[in-house]
Design a protein around this ligand. Structure first.
Ligand code: ZN
Ligand code: ZN
Length: 245
């Protein structure tokens, strides 16, 4: 039971920071915040994503390429060109590493207003850091697991961020419903998004990529947007309602 609670908390917190910081802040500039808060959120991403942490600025470039080339050959993670989610995850991983390693030479039109913190990303990217997180997860499992099969979840914990990205990128371009007929395959995964903190409204998001609230219909709820409103109330950030792309 305790391990299940840990797993569920890890799922939501890690996904929230990926949605809030990597996707909405880095790639789409939906919020404005001070450099100090930007660094605090960088650290929050590292502590919640741990072994699967990726650079927000490199992710930002990759995701902007996804919007620019949706479903085309140059789309970094279109399920159209991969036979299954695991191949998509591997392809996205390789694409991401290319962007990260040759960051300085990436097309400057995709590098505008990215939250860059090179020294931090370099440290968080080391294998020492990833293995240390692996050990921390192992200790948590050793303390909380009450049956052998629970250890089957350990690889998921280790690759949490990459898996979450794959689930959304694969599923949201394959299955679900459409509020808008667009010239791409984007879908809203589930009507009441209690599992993906608002990221499941991918069809809405492709229609209005810079809109801070992914929910459109009365029954849709975007949890990340609601949390951003609270953070705005606390004067931690300002939501940029004018953002469109
Ligand atoms: Zn998409
Ligand atoms: Zn996006």
């Amino acid at each position: 039971m305790a391990l299940l609670i840990f797993f569920i908390c890890h799922w939501y917190i890690s996904l929230f920071f990926q949605s809030f910081f990597h996707h909405r802040y880095a790639a789409h500039n939906m919020y404005s915040m001070s450099k100090t808060w930007e660094k605090i959120f960088h650290v929050c991403c590292y502590f919640t994503q741990g072994s699967s942490y990726i650079s927000a600025s490199s992710y930002g470039i990759m995701h902007r390429l996804h919007h620019a080339h949706t479903d085309k050959e140059d789309d970094p993670h279109s399920p159209k060109f991969t036979p299954n989610p695991f191949m998509l995850m591997w392809k996205t991983r390789n694409y991401y590493h290319r962007i990260y390693k040759s960051y300085a030479t990436n097309d400057s039109k995709y590098k505008k207003d990215l939250p860059e913190w090179e020294a931090f990303d370099r440290l968080a990217h080391t294998w020492v850091s990833r293995l240390a997180w692996g050990l921390i997860y192992l200790v948590i499992y050793l303390n909380l697991a009450t049956a052998w099969w629970m250890y089957l979840f350990l690889p998921i914990t280790f690759a949490m961020g990459a898996l979450q990205g794959t689930v959304v990128n694969w599923w949201a371009h394959k299955f679900g419903y459409e509020n808008y007929h667009l010239n791409n395959t984007s879908k809203n995964i589930i009507p009441v998004d209690l599992f993906f903190v608002g990221e499941s409204y991918h069809n809405n998001h492709h229609k209005f990529p810079g809109r801070p609230n992914n929910a459109i219909k009365w029954f849709e709820i975007d949890i990340t947007y609601q949390i951003a409103r609270v953070l705005q109330g606390l004067r931690i950030l300002r939501i940029n309602h004018a953002a469109t792309a």
